[in-house]
Write a protein that binds this ligand. Structure first.
Ligand SMILES: [Zn+2]
Ligand SMILES: [Zn+2]
Length: 254
């Protein structure tokens, strides 16, 4: 596994940075069926030496003081997070208040962002799935603080390349995430953040670009396995989301 992105890498500098994952699902997810609980994810992240973790369930922000204390006892900082669907497209909202569960449009995200120190991250933005932002990225580029470099790629097939181009063009930070649906996904791609181990400091460092990605391509076998598992999670969906569907017209989402 090697360093990626940024021209200031040095092994000594890397030692002082926080190991962070900003995109992970658990069995508490209201949409996808995930085999591991949030406590099991915390255990695994702790074993792998992570310092901070955002659990980003679909359309639900997990708020558990017991879980936060459990993580803290294991040296892991939990960062509030949610993967919200806006018009069916996924957006990661990091360190937003619980009301982020109810935002329906990008305008509402922008308004909420004025009231908090939250980060807006574009997850898997140019993957060929209907939940990916793709052309919507250009409608409101200022809204995004960072773009995800997703762990799901091989040497031959890499949908992150378009994300890197977009981030470079717009001067955005790139963060490495694993979009964890299975524990085995955690740790292959993640972000090293030059920050103090507290939420605001981590968010500020990401916004300022003081990050480095650690990543390595998956083998074809592992990539195929993970794709199958992620799709299986989606196909075996739970009952429909109790939240009201987004009724805004597409041009009003921005
Ligand atoms: Zn997603
Ligand atoms: Zn996700």
């Amino acid at each position: 596994m090697g360093p990626f992105c940024g021209g200031f890498y040095s092994p000594d500098f890397r030692e002082t940075m926080l190991k962070v994952e900003l995109h992970a699902h658990t069995s508490e997810d209201p949409n996808d069926r995930i085999p591991h609980t949030a406590f099991q994810l915390v255990d695994r992240a702790s074993e792998l030496g992570f310092h901070a973790l955002a659990i980003t369930l679909h359309d639900k922000q997990l708020d558990s003081p017991d879980l936060a204390a459990y993580a803290r006892d294991r040296g892991l900082l939990l960062i509030p997070g949610i993967e919200r669907s806006i018009g069916g497209r996924h957006v990661l909202l990091i360190n937003f208040p619980a009301s982020a569960e109810r935002v329906q449009t990008f305008q509402e995200i922008a308004a909420l962002k004025q009231q908090c120190d939250g980060l807006v991250i574009a997850p898997h933005p140019f993957f060929p799935f209907k939940t990916c932002l793709r052309e919507w990225m250009d409608r409101h580029p200022d809204l995004f603080d960072a773009v995800e470099f997703n762990h799901l790629y091989t040497r031959a097939v890499d949908f992150n390349r378009a994300a890197l181009r977009w981030a470079r063009k717009h001067g955005k930070t790139v963060v490495g995430n694993s979009d964890v649906h299975r524990l085995a996904q955690l740790g292959q791609t993640y972000t090293c953040v030059d920050a103090e181990p507290e939420v605001k400091s981590i968010c500020r460092a990401i916004r300022d670009g003081r990050v480095q990605i650690e990543t390595a391509p998956l083998s074809l076998c592992r990539a195929g396995l993970f794709v199958g598992q992620v799709f299986l999670s989606g196909w075996r969906r739970r009952e429909p989301d109790p939240a009201p569907p987004c009724t805004a017209a597409p041009d009003r989402l921005f």
